[in-house]
Design a protein around this ligand. Structure first.
Ligand code: SF4
Length: 355
């Protein structure tokens, strides 16, 4: 329905698939509708942290249709100078504050900004530690559980104190599961990464559970770990937890220090945002989490997450780890061939088992 509404306005299947359905909802008058109260939410402004061009275009369109300003902070994909990328990111953060002050007609509350940044770091460090516990055999969580945790990132609420508290509780529980030897999947024989988009419709459970009938469990991906966590990788390819100023006894106190810390999180320590290194990082993660195979989901409607997936499959295979690819769409069910996926997985897991 949403796909058709967007298509009727000329937004075809080569547009960002996730945001296409949001535009479809907009055209159908249900975007921002609170089903319980029947009221529409009316945002004053759109603020984007940009990772891909699909996002740039669709948020521009939302802003146009809603008649509100659109403020972008680009996460620069760098491969030469970290310092230039950092400066660009921090400059944009300052500009975003100025634009927001102008749009909303009030001054930025730096105390809240600092508080939100500290919570963001707390949330991310807990997520990092949860991801690292996934190296345990058997894994304490399935990828489905990690996807639920990632929803907080996708909803843009990781700066909240209650969310940071929740992540610390989740970390304690995962630690306990690891100490008690509790497996997410009791019959874990083959450890798998699922890289790329997942359906945003009911098939998500079927896609992620299917390998379990062959003893395979999806237990992570660079996307899951990288979007929510932040890592340092040593020369041996071992992933660990980075140190932040607050952990070295230096508290974040000002707007400048907050932006400096965020630049570290997003540009230096987040493997997901390092676009040009993604294939090597996917291989590094597959080795460090000791996976038996990697499954790549190629979504024609997603230019952001899908970038580099083919190259990643080649790099992973060349290093001797089994990998396979299938085509899908995160929001357009006819583009996902379920039977084809099942046949592919039957063969892939059989190959892994008989290796
Ligand atoms: S990553 Fe994919 S789904 Fe997300 S905004 Fe970009 S194109 Fe759309």
């Amino acid at each position: 329905m949403f796909n058709q509404a967007a298509e009727a306005k000329g937004y075809g299947r080569d547009c960002c698939s996730t945001l296409r359905i949001a535009l479809g909802a907009h055209f159908m008058g249900t975007f921002g509708l609170d089903a319980t109260t029947g009221k529409h939410l009316h945002p004053d402004v759109i603020v984007n942290v940009i990772i891909c061009q699909g996002q740039v275009k669709s948020h521009q369109l939302h802003a146009e249709y809603l008649g509100i300003p659109n403020i972008n902070i680009e996460l620069p994909f760098y491969f030469q100078s970290h310092e230039i990328a950092k400066k660009h990111f921090i400059d944009q953060c300052h500009q975003a504050v100025e634009k927001l002050e102008k749009t909303l007609g009030r001054k930025c509350d730096d105390e809240k900004l600092v508080e939100g940044t500290k919570n963001e770091l707390r949330t991310r460090l807990s997520m990092t530690r949860i991801a690292l516990l996934q190296r345990t055999v058997p894994a304490p969580l399935k990828q489905r559980h990690l996807g639920s945790l990632m929803a907080f990132q996708l909803r843009g609420v990781t700066h909240r104190c209650d969310v940071a508290d929740f992540f610390e509780l989740a970390l304690e529980e995962v630690k306990q599961r690891t100490e008690d030897g509790i497996a997410a999947f009791e019959n874990e024989e083959l450890r798998l990464f699922h890289e790329g988009s997942l359906p945003w419709y009911a098939k998500i459970g079927d896609v992620l559970r299917y390998p379990e009938r062959h003893g395979g469990v999806y237990m992570g991906s660079l996307n899951n770990f990288g979007i929510g966590g932040c890592f340092v990788i040593d020369e041996q390819g071992h992933w660990g937890v980075p140190q932040f100023p607050s952990e070295k006894g230096h508290e974040i106190k000002s707007r400048d220090e907050a932006f400096e810390a965020l630049a570290k999180v997003f540009l230096r320590y987040s493997p997901f945002y390092q676009l040009f290194q993604r294939p090597e990082l996917r291989l590094s993660a597959a080795k460090d989490w000791e996976v038996d195979g990697v499954v790549f989901a190629l979504d024609r409607g997603c230019v952001g997450i899908t970038s580099g997936l083919f190259e990643s499959a080649l790099v992973v295979k060349k290093a001797g780890i089994r990998a396979t690819c299938y085509e899908t769409s995160s929001t357009y069910p006819p583009d996902f061939d379920e039977k084809g996926y099942q046949r592919l997985m039957d063969m892939f897991l059989e190959t892994l088992r008989t290796r």
